[in-house]
Design a protein around this ligand. Structure first.
Ligand code: PGA
Length: 304
């Protein structure tokens, strides 16, 4: 059955008025144009939709059925129109964000602040390490990503929005705690608890020590910043983590940041998506939000 939306609109008007003339007036058409549309529709359907008894026009049984269906279609179309209008105004929609695990210390605050201003938006947040973030972005599995500076060989759009200082942490009773200026060479005598390969923090730390020509000893490897902090607190050695991860520990004094020459290693957080990706209206608004408001929503922990 080949029915056009225009035929349905004309049909609904005739069925509502039960008059070709009044339907024509409502639609600003001539009466023969209306009859022609109905005739074509009846041909397409293969049954008469109206019958004329005396002067009055009636819907046939097929006409009744057609009217029910065509009203349902109109309602659905209207609903789709409203949803799309909402999406344009960002009252609804889905937002998928993947962040490097370290960004998990501040990303929930950003998303919460955003969600409060856009209540109809459903948000999903995935935390994983830098390598997996890159894979998800390249496979187009996410709207936006938050990570350290992405490698240049990938075809990505990336915008920095906040600093990410990496610092050396120790238990408060560590011999280097409170030392005014620890020479970076001194770190060669220490053992570090480190993040897994594929972590941005790990990569940046390795680069730093390589440039300074320092061999750093590491013991345990761990896939989470939380686990590193716990081990350092327990006296397993030193750690290099993002200052963003230390909000609680610095406040309670359970960890200290060592004052080592050359530290912090200064990195930045980037908002990333694949080049050429068409961002949804929600993703566009979230992008703006992060670029403009991140440092107001999230305050970097302070080193005492
Ligand atoms: P992570 O850090 O992968 O060490 O969690 C994020 C990054 O620096 O890209």
């Amino acid at each position: 059955m080949h029915v056009t939306l225009r035929q349905m609109r004309v049909f609904e008007a005739v069925a509502r008025h039960l008059s070709y003339t009044r339907a024509a007036e409502e639609l600003f058409l001539t009466q023969p144009a209306v009859s022609m549309q109905i005739k074509q529709l009846e041909e397409n359907v293969g049954l008469p939709l109206f019958e004329q008894l005396g002067k009055r026009l009636y819907l046939t049984e097929a006409g009744d059925e057609m009217l029910r269906c065509s009203r349902a279609v109109s309602r659905q179309l209207k609903e789709a129109e409203e949803i799309i209008e909402d999406m344009k105004g960002v009252r609804r929609g889905r937002l998928q964000v993947v962040v490097a695990s370290t960004a998990g210390f501040f990303a929930p605050r950003l998303l919460t602040a955003f969600a409060k201003e856009h209540e109809g938006v459903t948000i999903s947040l995935d935390l994983t390490n830098r390598e997996n973030v890159l894979r998800q972005v390249m496979d187009n599995e996410t709207d936006l990503a938050i990570m350290g500076q992405p490698p240049e060989e990938y075809d990505l759009e990336s915008e920095p929005f906040m600093e990410n200082p990496l610092v050396v942490i120790a238990a408060p009773d560590h011999p280097l705690a409170g030392n005014k200026r620890v020479p970076v060479k001194r770190l060669q005598d220490e053992t570090f608890v480190v993040r897994e390969r594929g972590s941005g923090t790990r990569g940046a730390t390795e680069r730093f020590f390589r440039e300074k020509e320092i061999t750093w000893k590491y013991g345990m490897e761990m896939t989470s910043n939380e686990a590193i902090k716990q081990s350092v607190m327990a006296g397993m050695g030193l750690g290099v983590v993002s200052l963003h991860t230390l909000e609680m520990e610095l406040e309670t004094g359970r960890l200290v940041v060592l004052n080592v020459a050359g530290f912090p290693i200064m990195r930045s957080w980037y908002l990333v998506h694949r080049k050429g990706k068409r961002l949804s209206p929600v993703a566009q608004v979230f992008r703006e939000f992060v670029l403009q408001r991140a440092s107001e929503v999230w305050q970097m922990p302070q080193v005492a």
